[in-house]
Ligand binder design. Structure first.
Ligand SMILES: Nc1ncnc2c1ncn2[C@@H]1O[C@H](COP(=O)(O)OP(=O)(O)OP(=O)(O)O)[C@@H](O)[C@H]1O
Ligand SMILES: [Mg+2]
Length: 479
């Protein structure tokens, strides 16, 4: 069976299957009837040999085994043999001798639980139900994990330009290592996508991938999220909380927008990464952790270091390897490929097939400078797919911004001598004007997160003299 078949069969419909192994006929028929009355499909075996026979032929979810099988040994041993064949089998041992040792031995050898005879019918049913619930959770978890792995395979990152091919090669190399990687690039270039792909292709793929957005939380919250806290460390700390660094033990932590992390916290993070342990707020006991660190930023951290806003030592620590994602306008080869990829995705969610772009539409897509990069392209295609009245997406199905003079000016980057930041500022200003200062709409049109827009508006002081938008210039509330 392939991984995927195995994973999806975990969630197959239909009744669970129970095997009852008991040599005493009356007891066997009681247990069988109890299990059947709860709707399970039940198999019965009076001996270990017959149990093994059935097990070879049938997919069994739970086995209920008598501890003392007169013919052919002991239920715990048998459970061991069955679990050698199927590690996910849940075992329940039934014993007349409520000796603590035999019960403990059974649990030790992989039984889920044990029941002593005589038992109340409801008790047996409850133990069986719990065993199956646990099994279901386990399988569901494995299935979801598998889905994630599929979703974030390198193959799902689209691109064939030289620039992106080079990035694929780099990613393959770093996925095999445990080094820190700093992923840089403008907004919407795929930094998080790359981070996830690295994690899910690495040795840590079975561990967790925990992202933290360093720009979205105020300093004190960010600190307690990272390091955790002790009950009573501050008002509202009602109970101990495990920090993210510990929660991601054996996995990967992704520090998104690391450039936004306050300086004081940078120092604490650096120390924690060096010592591989941290102190939860209000605690003097260090907590050890083992995580891989991936970071992303759309700032130039060297410049931030020079400006005194970023700690040089932390930069060295996180920037062992740098993956710099090119802006979409610098790899135009990928635009048609990505546009078609997103069109197929939109088709799927709209329940349509056979959609395509007209030549004119492709030309517009190629000429636009995509300040919001791949995310903006994705949103644009999705919108066009919804609006298009036929299977062909024509240029008039695409938003005006692709035709507007400002976009021509922006694509004329080299000739008019504006810096990228100036262009970005101009572009954002125009979009804001067009939507009457409605930031949610502007963020959508630009293909960037609302929090990113707020930051850019602050940075470029776009809120200041213009009266109408000024009132809402407060920083975004943390999520
Ligand atoms: N090469 C690619 N192939 C397919 N999808 C992509 C690619 N690059 C980016 N995307 C998609 O574009 C969107 C933006 O990507 P992502 O969130 O990783 O960007 P980002 O660089 O983290 O952006 P930001 O700086 O705004 O946080 C996502 O929906 C992602 O799946
Ligand atoms: Mg991101």
């Amino acid at each position: 069976m392939s991984d995927l078949q195995q994973a999806s069969s975990a969630l197959r419909p239909g009744p669970y299957r129970v095997l009852v192994v008991e040599d005493e006929p009356l007891m066997r028929s009681i247990i069988v009837q109890l299990a059947r009355s709860d709707g399970y499909e039940v198999f019965e075996a009076p001996s270990a040999e017959l149990a093994l026979d059935i097990f070879e032929r049938e997919k069994i979810d739970v086995a209920i085994l008598d501890l003392n099988l007169t013919s052919g040994g002991n239920g715990v041993e048998l459970l061991g043999k069955l679990r050698d064949r199927d590690q996910e089998l849940m075992g329940i041992i039934v014993t007349a001798y409520a000796s603590v040792e035999s019960a403990v031995e059974a649990l030790h050898k992989g039984a889920y639980d044990y029941i002593t005879k005589p038992f109340a019918n409801e008790h047996l049913k409850a133990v069986l139900r719990n065993a199956l619930k646990e099994k279901h959770l386990f399988q569901e978890n494995r299935y979801l994990h598998h889905e994630l792995r599929e979703k974030y395979r390198f193959e799902n990152i689209i691109g064939k330009s030289d620039a992106i091919e080079q990035i694929f090669r780099m990613m393959e190399k770093v996925a095999r290592t445990d080094s820190s990687v700093l992923i840089t690039g403008e907004s919407g270039t795929g930094k998080e996508l790359v981070a996830r792909a690295i994690h899910f292709s690495s040795e840590r793929a079975n561990g967790r991938f925990l992202p933290i957005n360093c720009g979205a939380l105020p300093e004190n919250l960010l600190e307690s999220e990272l390091f955790g806290y002790k009950k009573g460390a501050f008002t509202g700390a009602g109970q101990d909380k495990v920090g993210l660094l510990k929660a991601a033990d054996k996995g990967t932590v992704f520090f998104d927008e690391i450039g936004e992390m306050p300086l004081a916290l940078q120092v604490k993070l650096l120390r924690a990464l060096q010592e591989r342990e941290c102190y939860p707020l209000g605690s003097n006991d260090p907590v050890a952790f083992d995580v891989r660190v991936l970071c992303a930023t759309n700032r130039n951290l060297e410049a931030e270091v020079r400006a005194g806003r970023f700690r040089e030592e932390l930069l060295y620590r996180i920037n062992v390897i740098n993956i710099n994602l090119p802006a979409l306008r610098d790899r135009k080869d990928d635009i048609p490929l990505l546009a078609n990829h997103f069109l197929r995705k939109s088709e799927k969610s709209l329940g349509r097939t056979g959609m395509r772009f007209s030549k004119g539409a492709i030309r517009l897509l190629l000429n636009y400078p995509w300040p919001g990069n791949v995310r903006e392209l994705e949103n644009t295609v999705e919108r066009a797919a919804i609006l298009a009245e036929t299977d062909v997406i024509h240029s008039h199905d695409l938003p005006d911004k692709l035709r507007s003079p400002s976009s021509a000016a922006v694509s004329n980057i080299d000739s008019n001598g504006l810096t990228l930041e100036e262009l970005e500022r101009e572009h954002i200003k125009r979009v804001l004007e067009r939507v009457d200062g409605d930031k949610a709409r502007a963020a959508q049109a630009l293909g960037i997160h609302l929090s990113t827009l707020y930051r850019k508006v602050q940075r470029y002081r776009l809120d200041e003299p213009a009266g109408s938008a000024g009132a809402e210039s407060a920083a975004p509330r943390p999520a």
